[in-house]
Design a protein around this ligand. Structure first.
Ligand code: ZN
Ligand code: FE
Length: 261
């Protein structure tokens, strides 16, 4: 293989199930074809057939049914390898290889860094493609939101999101669900004076009226507008009456308010 940057991966994002997104990544040169999670068989196969792609890998983020439903049928159809979180290996159908925080994978010359993002589930991981400037955050970081905490706790989820916030600003963030409209309506109750957020919330109303996806987003945009990445912000702390609290405490309060919203 020649030195230098690997080819740009073609990225196909498509809605599936109720409000999930599927993503297929393809490198026509090497044949690498990755499905990020496997929410639903038919829409994934439709994309693969339309683009004449043979699936080689599934990267699983966590064990929930809406992320692993098509693992076994896709593996039967394509013989693809399934890579998933080490801490959830017993709950990922068809898993062949485990990946944990800090692991670096190389698939056909493409580097993928595994970032542990626990909180939604204890073993949840995100997959970061440094050469592509993309991260697949599934149900950890959403546009203007974050995943519900089912298995972890507030400080754990806060730590997970801070790991993602530390990625380069221009990183494109793909997430598991189109929850952005509801997230925006909540976000403005936490950060009502944030002009960048107010402008984005308006734009999101328009995009969703047209049925346009609001993802991918970027790390930079989320740091400016997503209250779950802004626990250190003085205006938010003031608004919540938590000026003396830790960032993790502020985050946990925001998450609790979203659960009641
Ligand atoms: Zn989930
Ligand atoms: Fe999900």
């Amino acid at each position: 293989m020649s030195e230098g940057k690997p080819a740009r991966l073609k990225t196909f994002q498509f809605p599936c199930r109720e409000d999930n997104y599927g993503v297929v990544l393809h490198d026509p040169e090497s044949g690498l074809a990755i499905s990020i999670d496997a929410p639903e068989e038919e829409p994934i196969i439709d994309v693969l057939e339309a683009k004449r792609i043979k699936l080689t890998h599934i990267l699983t983020t966590h064990h929930h049914g809406d992320h692993v439903a098509a693992n076994e049928s896709l593996k039967a159809a394509y013989g693809c390898e399934i890579i998933g979180p080490a801490d959830e290996r017993d709950r990922i159908p068809g898993i062949d290889r485990v990946a944990g925080h800090g692991d670096s994978l190389e698939l056909n010359g493409h580097r993928i860094e595994v970032i542990g993002t626990p909180g939604h589930t204890l073993g949840h991981v995100a997959y970061y493609f440094p050469d592509q400037g993309m991260v697949f955050a599934a149900d950890s970081l959403f546009a203007l939101g974050c995943g519900r905490i089912f298995e972890g706790d507030g400080p754990m989820m806060h730590m997970a999101l801070q790991r993602l916030a530390a990625l380069p600003d221009a990183t494109k963030v793909y997430a598991g669900h189109e929850y952005t409209l509801a997230n925006a309506r909540f976000a403005v109750t936490i950060d009502p004076e944030n002009d960048a957020l107010l402008a984005r919330a308006k734009e999101i109303e328009l995009l969703r009226d047209e049925g346009t996806p609001t993802l991918p987003t970027t790390i930079e945009l989320e740091k400016k507008t997503n209250p779950f990445l802004r626990a250190a912000d003085p205006a938010i702390r003031e608004h919540l009456g938590m000026t003396g609290a830790t960032d993790a405490e502020v985050f946990t309060e925001i998450r609790a308010r979203k659960d009641r919203f």
